[in-house]
Design a protein around this ligand. Structure first.
Ligand SMILES: Nc1nc2c(c(=O)[nH]1)N[C@H]1C(S)=C(S)[C@@H](COP(=O)(O)OP(=O)(O)OC[C@H]3O[C@@H](n4cnc5c(=O)[nH]c(N)nc54)[C@H](O)[C@@H]3O)O[C@H]1N2
Ligand SMILES: Nc1nc2c(c(=O)[nH]1)N[C@H]1C(S)=C(S)[C@@H](COP(=O)(O)OP(=O)(O)OC[C@H]3O[C@@H](n4cnc5c(=O)[nH]c(N)nc54)[C@H](O)[C@@H]3O)O[C@H]1N2
Ligand SMILES: [Mo]
Length: 780
């Protein structure tokens, strides 16, 4: 019997290595498996696990709110599960009774692990709903700006992602593929909830073999590998909108824009054209105008616009473009430009929003949906746009705008996190550190001693997906999996469900939370529900026991070519879009009516606060891209040998151009300090000519490792440098890519990295732990 596991990096089969230890082999039917996932069993990761419930010493001894400035600095005390659960239950009850449920932030953003039942976010949300609700988050770090702008313009992002042209359609019909930000295969290794088969490398190869021409626009050229020639147009980061405007201007000027399509399928082209031609601000958006902004010669822009018109052209933007100040604009503009070309809805033409950013885009599979754990109803209305966490903590009661409405930040006393790592994902960690002192209590469920665990008051040890049975279903990956337990839990770790069930017991909501089922019964129940639903869609699934014994249902043979927006093209009245007009909105009355200065009613060029053309560039002359890491997923598995192999003297690599290296006396392999007014970190140098001069790139994911006295990060976490500012007042999305820095000369004798040393433990001074932990009264 084969035992499988599903992870964000793909399907793996459990095996045994030469030494008799459990190991993972890639799924035989995956032609381009990711190596990342095979390292899940690495010994070095085991060493980083949280083994027992741990409580920060001051919090344990003096109660909630004690010495919050010592979070991340003082030792932990290991306690028994009973003591930890009593403490947490008591604190939840106290915060509810004293301040109400709006004082509980349960946003708990993060990718956690694949698996539909042991899905950390569903578990924490379901539990908090059972105890009266919590403040939630909206949108994601991935697509903060896009989630808010795109429903106004074409459709919501989740829907859009689900119906991109499939790779076979691109290979067959596309002639010219123009992408802003590449088609990064390093990113397509992953998809939230798992990958069935990695289809991006093969998809790109097939396009190349079919003769498709590729143009890659952006500050780096190492993000598009087709096996053949790719034309790289080096452009400054954050300037894609200006470049697209100039392309649009050429189409309009040379009368190459598709007037019929603009009239039949779009609304608001005329308003946009006024801006394009300079009738509003006096500035026609010509190639000559765009050249000094983007660094791309005007002739190159003109020639590309003509080629785009003459070919079946697919335009693509990476998600990174919108993870920036004014990040709504490139996404709105790519739709506008594609609308002017008039090929939207034709096979292989139009626009894509993120081919390669995860494996999902271009899938030929239908959206059947997988098993889900119901989260219940949240009686609390308050929410925050996900990336406004530090603002929420620092500014209780203050207003914020979101999608045209005004809301207020709640007053947070308890932060409850499960399945994410804010000290990895949030911008401007030094600001976050300050904000992190506000709550009385921070509880986190974690597998490993991440920076977020180290900065919590109560850390509850959680199993990995290898240590529990689960159901796996990766959206549109055509695979339904029995994720078999293949290892024993490390230390005293428990799964999130078991922890929440024990807390629910203490808080008098056990039956509401569990519905009388244990984990095994939930798996059976969720599978049966899925089986019934699939039966209604004429997909026969085996009975539960057969499914569990075979390990997976592979629905790959159901693949069908997908032509994006085909029905809308054929008849926009019969198949309207989900926008107010039912059409592509190149000018949005609704957005214009919001009257937001940093997001007007049509796509436009708004310089970011930080870019190479900003006044600040005289002080910090390098644009830092903090992209997604090749050898891990965010901070997950950073302690693995695979991630370690990519480091330089144990630090995250900083890629920079030979010219910028020479100007600073830097050589490949040196350790340097990267800095700006917000923070400083060390990094290892990689010199490359596949990056634009003036731009440096350091991937996210290195575990935050501050020097105690200076706060300088020793390991290379770019979020000590990035700005915690919103993309705009429309979306409040994460704007990590708009960031200027300077890089020092080589640092002699850099201090050793200690990110993977365990935190300090001590025994409590007070031995009377039970006195502090009287169980709260049961409430029903
Ligand atoms: N500068 C910069 N910052 C960025 C980005 C960027 O491009 N630049 N990208 C942003 C983006 S797009 C994202 S999505 C975020 C990602 O940020 P996160 O999703 O927060 O990052 P992860 O490292 O995946 O954190 C997941 C955590 O969940 C834990 N975990 C795994 N499984 C379980 C489980 O079953 N239960 C529990 N309780 N815990 C579990 C893991 O140990 C890990 O610590 O980062 C954002 N930050
Ligand atoms: N291996 C791995 N895969 C991942 C992840 C991971 O951590 N590891 N994270 C996953 C997640 S959560 C997400 S949201 C996606 C993110 O997907 P993206 O947001 O698209 O990923 P990035 O790697 O940040 O950026 C993609 C490319 O855009 C380039 N770029 C950056 N800024 C600009 C710009 O202004 N203009 C242009 N033209 N190009 C620019 C970057 O250098 C990079 O090569 O990746 C997913 N895939
Ligand atoms: Mo993301």
């Amino acid at each position: 019997m084969t035992r499988y596991t599903l992870s964000h990096w793909g399907v793996y089969e459990a095996g045994v290595d030469d030494t008799g230890k459990t190991c993972l082999h890639p799924y035989a039917n995956d032609s381009d498996p990711s190596p990342i996932g095979t390292y899940q069993t690495a010994e070095s990761l085991r060493a980083l696990r949280v083994r027992r419930p741990s409580v920060r010493r001051s919090w344990l001894e003096n109660g909630p709110g004690s010495a919050p400035h010592l979070r991340g600095k003082e030792p932990f005390v290991e306690v028994s599960w009973d003591v930890a659960l009593d403490l947490v239950a008591k604190e939840i009850a106290r915060v509810r009774e004293t301040y109400g449920n709006t004082a509980i932030f349960g946003g708990a953003y993060g990718w956690a692990s694949a698996g539909r039942f042991h899905h950390a976010q569903s578990q924490v949300h379901r539990f908090l709903n059972c105890v009266g609700g919590y403040v939630r988050h909206r949108d994601s770090y991935s697509l903060g700006a896009a989630h808010v702008i795109m429903p106004h313009v074409v459709d919501d992002m989740d829907a859009l992602i689900s119906y991109h042209h499939s790779w076979d359609v691109l290979a067959q019909h596309t002639e010219l593929f123009v992408t802003f930000g590449g088609v990064p295969q390093k990113n397509a290794q992953s998809a939230p909830g798992g990958v069935g088969r990695h289809r991006v490398p093969g998809g790109l190869r097939a396009m190349h073999d079919a003769g498709v021409k590729f143009v890659n626009i952006g500050p780096v050229s190492d993000n598009l590998d087709t096996g053949g020639e790719v034309e790289w147009i080096a452009a400054r980061p954050g300037t894609d909108t200006a470049l697209m405007l100039a392309l649009a201007w050429v189409l309009r000027h040379e009368n190459l824009h598709n007037r019929a399509f603009l009239a039949s399928h779009c609304t608001g082209y005329d308003e946009f054209e006024q801006y394009l031609l300079g009738r509003i601000d006096g500035i026609p958006k010509t190639p000559a105008w765009a050249e000094p902004i983007t660094g791309v010669p005007a002739d190159t822009i003109t020639a590309l616009a003509r080629r785009m018109h003459a070919s079946r052209t697919m335009l693509n933007v990476a998600w990174s473009l919108q993870r920036a100040h004014h990040g709504e604009q490139p996404f709105w503009m790519v739709v506008t430009l594609a609308a002017m070309l008039g090929q939207i809805g034709l096979p292989g033409g139009g626009f894509g929003v993120g081919y390669g950013c995860v494996n999902t885009l271009g899938t030929p599979h239908d959206k059947l949906g997988g098993p889900t754990l119901p989260q219940g109803r949240n009686p609390v209305d308050a929410f925050i746009p996900v990336a406004r966490i530090a603002d929420m903590l620092l500014k209780p009661g203050e207003p914020f705008d979101y999608d045209g409405k005004r809301y207020h930040y709640p007053d947070t006393h308890l932060v409850y996190w499960a399945g994410g790592n804010p000290f990895h994902h949030h911008q401007d960690i030094n600001r976050l550190l300050h904000a992190w002192q506000k709550p009385d209590t921070i509880v986190i469920h974690e597998q490993s001693w991440t920076a977020s665990a180290r900065h919590a008051d109560v850390v509850l040890p959680i199993t990995t997906s290898l240590e529990r049975d689960d159901l796996g279903y990766a959206s549109q990956e055509a695979i339904l999996m029995w994720m078999a337990k293949i290892a024993e839990p490390v230390g005293e770790s428990r799964d999130d469900f078991t922890v929440f069930a024990a807390l629910a017991q203490r808080l008098g909501v056990f039956s509401a939370f569990t519905e009388g089922r244990n984990a095994d019964q939930w798996l059976r129940h969720m599978y049966e529900q899925t089986r019934e639903r699939y039966a209604r869609a004429d997909v026969a699934l085996p009975d539960f026991d057969t499914f569990r014994d075979t390990g997976m249902v592979d629905l790959h043979s159901r693949a069908q070519p997908v032509v994006m927006l085909e029905a809308f093209r054929a008849d926009p009245a019969a198949a309207p879009l989900n926008t107010p007009s039912g059409r592509l909105e190149l000018y949005s009355r609704q957005i214009a009516s919001f009257d937001i200065p940093d997001c007007p009613g049509h796509a436009c060029w708004l310089p970011p606060a930080e870019w190479l053309g900003a006044p600040l560039a005289t002080t910090y002359p390098l644009h830092l891209l903090s992209d997604q890491p090749r050898n891990k997923l965010h901070s997950q598995l950073d302690g693995s040998p695979y991630s370690a192999a990519n480091k330089i003297q144990g630090r995250e690599p900083l890629y920079l151009h030979p010219r910028d290296a020479a100007a600073r006396g830097i050589h490949d392999g040196d350790i340097v300090e990267v800095f700006n007014a917000r923070g400083r970190c060390l990094a290892g140098v990689r010199i490359t000519d596949r990056i634009l001069p003036g731009v440096v790139r350091m991937s996210t994911g290195a575990w935050y490792d501050p020097e105690p006295d200076t706060g300088r990060d020793k390991h290379g976490n770019p979020n000590v440098l990035t700005a915690d500012v919103p993309a705009s007042g429309l979306s409040q999305g994460c704007a990590a890519q708009s960031c200027l820095v300077e890089v020092s000369a080589p640092v002699a004798n850099p201090p050793p990295v200690s990110a993977f040393d365990l935190p300090r433990f001590t025994t409590a001074i007070t031995t009377d732990i039970t006195a502090a932990t009287a169980v709260p009264t049961e409430r029903h």
